[in-house]
Design a protein around this ligand. Structure first.
Ligand SMILES: [Zn+2]
Length: 358
């Protein structure tokens, strides 16, 4: 349904997170047995999913109703807002408001992606190019070209650089400029991406990070608080993936890790050096296992001799059946092997209780 065909469509979400507006178009779509509504607003603060950054969520208030916006996407240059339900009447003043807290968490992770990108190039080399990214309120994912696994040491260097840039509280400067000028500044552009003559450039210290980018960002890097890489994996030949968190999510991640360490310490009766204590335990277990193996080998000889005395010979064939006490399948196998070396024409049926399980 078109309510106003001549309305302008404008995105104001770089500067405003709420605004008075109107619904100019809407439609119902059914997919997988579920009805969904799509809205177009005259002006909107909602960021549509793009460049790896997820779409905004929030509310549109209209005629006393609150419409929950569950996602925002672009379609043929129109910004489409998704809703599960709509009121009957859509004419009149509407008030659109982005979920501010979620948007802030997304902005943190987007700015962190730029800091990470520059740090990767510093530590691994300038062959590192962005191959894909996902930025949401929970974390960031960054895929890039690189042919080897990123080592623990490199990860630590990358984190160190990003956290240093966070502490420097560098202002994030965003400028519109001709594409040529941006490229002269050394702006990193995505290969294969189409850019207009005028481009949006995100500068976090002109000597550190300059990128062409349409995403939403923090005002200064200090807002990120803390940056932590959670995971480094391969996604394809020559493409690595880093997953990282910052802000509250990084704090929660670190708290969780420290909590685990504390719990391990408690299990080990709080030694001064947890790592040394764990290493000691592992060594002790290995030594005990060896000792046990030696003892069991001796015991197996005894069990074998007992079994050989319990045999019954029927029609020239030796029958042995018993339940034995051994440590596991390996010991049982060893016992059978040992029996076969001592017998000819025989049938042996052995059962064992291992850790109380037959
Ligand atoms: Zn970006």
């Amino acid at each position: 349904m078109v309510l106003d065909d001549y309305a302008r469509h404008e995105f104001v979400g770089y500067d405003s997170l709420e605004i008075e507006t109107r619904v100019v178009k809407y439609r119902k779509v059914s997919a997988k047995g579920k009805d969904q509504f799509q809205l177009v607003l005259e002006v909107t603060p909602f960021y549509a999913e793009s460049g790896g950054q997820v779409g905004d969520t929030g509310t549109v208030q209209l005629n006393g109703h609150t419409i929950q916006i569950t996602n925002t996407r672009k379609e043929n240059d129109l910004i489409i807002h998704f809703a599960d339900t709509l009121p009957q009447e859509l004419n009149g003043e509407a008030f659109a408001r982005v979920d501010i807290e979620r948007r802030q968490h997304i902005a943190l992770h987007h700015s962190a992606t730029h800091l990470l990108h520059a740090a990767l190039r510093q530590v691994l080399g300038t062959h590192v190019a962005q191959k894909g990214s996902l930025v949401n309120e929970e974390h960031l994912r960054f895929d890039f070209s690189h042919f080897a696994k990123v080592t623990e040491e490199e990860i630590m260097d990358i984190e160190k650089i990003v956290n240093q840039k966070i502490r420097e509280n560098i202002p994030v400067v965003i400028r519109e400029m001709p594409k040529e000028e941006a490229l002269q500044l050394g702006a990193m552009a995505l290969f294969g991406e189409k850019y207009g003559d005028m481009v949006r450039v995100v500068i976090i210290d002109p000597t550190y990070s300059v990128e062409l980018c349409g995403g939403t960002h923090v005002g200064a890097t200090g807002e990120l608080g803390l940056f932590k890489i959670k995971l480094e994996t391969a996604v394809a030949a020559g493409v690595r993936r880093v997953e990282a968190v910052c802000g509250q999510q990084a704090e929660a991640y670190m708290t969780d890790k420290l909590e685990q360490l504390k719990e391990i310490g408690a299990i080990l009766k709080n030694p001064k050096d947890i790592k040394a204590a764990v290493e000691n335990q592992v060594q002790e277990i290995q030594a005990l296992r060896k000792k046990l193996e030696g003892l069991e080998n001796r015991a197996l000889v005894g069990i074998r001799n007992e079994l050989l005395q319990k045999d019954q010979i029927i029609n020239g064939i030796t029958y042995i059946a018993d339940i034995v006490e051994v440590s596991g399948a390996d010991a049982l196998k060893k016992l059978c092997h040992d029996l076969s070396n001592n017998l000819k024409d025989y049938v042996a049926v052995l059962g064992a209780n291992v850790d109380g399980k037959p």
